[in-house]
Design a protein around this ligand. Structure first.
Ligand SMILES: NC(=O)c1ccc[n+]([C@@H]2O[C@H](COP(=O)([O-])OP(=O)(O)OC[C@H]3O[C@@H](n4cnc5c(N)ncnc54)[C@H](O)[C@@H]3O)[C@@H](O)[C@H]2O)c1
Length: 360
């Protein structure tokens, strides 16, 4: 049982998180997160699970993603605003909290915009480890926005994939990806369309952002044996794949109750067959069963992945300069005497404050 809470809440801000990732190496962290994630997926039945709480607006969605393993509780706040980059904002931003179950006190707070990119890459790479052909060597990346480099690093960490064929409707995004990943040793081909990008690819990652039922990947362009890692379709009315692909593929999901509402399979009814990824990882269900099989990981992002990521970074930064302490929990020495913390200050202090306020 965790028993933190009295000495303040550990906090990793954006500066601390970027420094931690840059100094420890995103690829190495994502690789280690895959191991941690597999441990959590193997104990899936232990977790408290529910579809995330989503508030949809004209501009985008804001979501809360809670879970607990009975010892700790965690949640992530995350938004998805596909038109944000046109206004100079990120499509996805996030932060998260851990708390201890025995008294409900928060113990850890962290930025999660960067952390989400790591955990999403770790989840994609973990799924591909179980679903892609073991000889996969080339990945098509459709969508070269914020998540893209992290996805590529995840696939290299776990499957050794270092050949990329990239396509994005925005040429600047493709140039940015080349600029970021070529110095890290990736062999990158800039494609002329999605169809061109998937030529010869063993894995196809779709990570575009558009609030529409888009056809980012057409059925005609998908050849036998491909593993599709579909991460951009993660909201009602926001999908990326030609429905015909799903009809001839084996589809794997995180949490069906959430994916049937938010994922690529939202187009189909509750009877559409899916396999839960945790069952594959625990050995209860088969993953890929033949070389020509087409596998789809219909990723939407689930709370247990964020819970892993928060615990992972909390443990990794403990006692280092990457973390700070937040005075977040009001704790009077008598637990029933909260008012003692706001008892009126002496009259002269109040008088001086009132005078100072009046003069401003
Ligand atoms: N499944 C998950 O766990 C998970 C986690 C994080 C983000 N996401 C989703 O992944 C997507 C990408 O996130 P991001 O942070 O990289 O967004 P981003 O806005 O930074 O990048 C999206 C990219 O997609 C490109 N694009 C849009 N439509 C396209 C099309 N039809 N063909 C090719 N390219 C196209 C855009 O030009 C942009 O470069 C978002 O939809 C986000 O909601 C999912």
């Amino acid at each position: 049982m965790t028993t933190e809470g009295k000495a303040g809440v550990s906090f990793v801000d954006v500066a601390g998180m970027s420094r931690w990732i840059s100094e420890q190496g995103a690829e190495r962290i994502i690789g280690a997160m895959v191991t941690a994630l597999e441990e959590d997926f193997r104990r899936w039945p232990q977790f408290d699970k529910s579809p995330r709480h989503a508030v949809h607006t004209r501009e985008g969605v804001m979501e809360l993603m809670p879970t607990s393993d009975g010892d700790e509780y965690g949640f992530k706040y995350v938004n998805g605003h596909p038109k944000n980059p046109l206004r100079g904002f990120q499509t996805v931003t996030a932060f998260g909290v851990l708390a201890q179950v025995h008294n409900g006190y928060p113990t850890f707070v962290a930025e999660m915009t960067l952390l989400t990119a790591l955990r999403t890459a770790a989840t994609s790479a973990m799924a591909a480890r179980w679903l892609a052909r073991p000889d996969a060597s080339t990945m098509a990346m459709i969508g070269a926005g914020s998540q893209a480099e992290f996805q590529a690093l995840g696939f290299r960490a776990v499957l050794g994939i270092d050949r990329l064929r990239v396509w994005d409707t925005d040429p600047h995004a493709m140039a940015k990806l080349v600029r970021n990943l070529e110095p890290l040793g990736f062999d990158i081909t800039v494609a002329t369309s999605a169809a061109d990008a998937v030529l010869g690819a063993d894995v196809v990652t779709t990570c575009t952002a558009d609030k529409t039922n888009a056809t980012v990947l057409r059925d005609v362009d998908v050849v036998p044996g491909v593993h599709i890692n579909a991460i951009g379709g993660d909201c009602p009315g926001k999908t990326e794949l030609d429905q015909a692909i799903l009809e001839r593929a084996s589809v794997f999901v995180e949490y069906p109750e959430q994916t049937r509402v938010e994922g690529e399979i939202q187009a189909f009814g509750p009877e559409f067959p899916v396999t839960e990824l945790w069952q594959v990882i625990s050995g209860d269900a088969p993953g890929r069963t033949s070389s020509p099989e087409i596998t789809v990981f219909d990723s939407v992002g689930f709370a247990i992945e964020d819970f892993m990521a928060l615990r992972f970074v909390r443990d990794a930064v403990r006692g280092t300069s990457y973390e700070a302490t937040l005075d977040l929990v009001a704790e009077p020495s008598d637990p029933k005497d909260l008012f003692a913390m706001v008892a009126p200050a002496p009259a002269e202090v109040r008088g001086a404050r009132a005078a100072a306020l009046a003069s401003t």
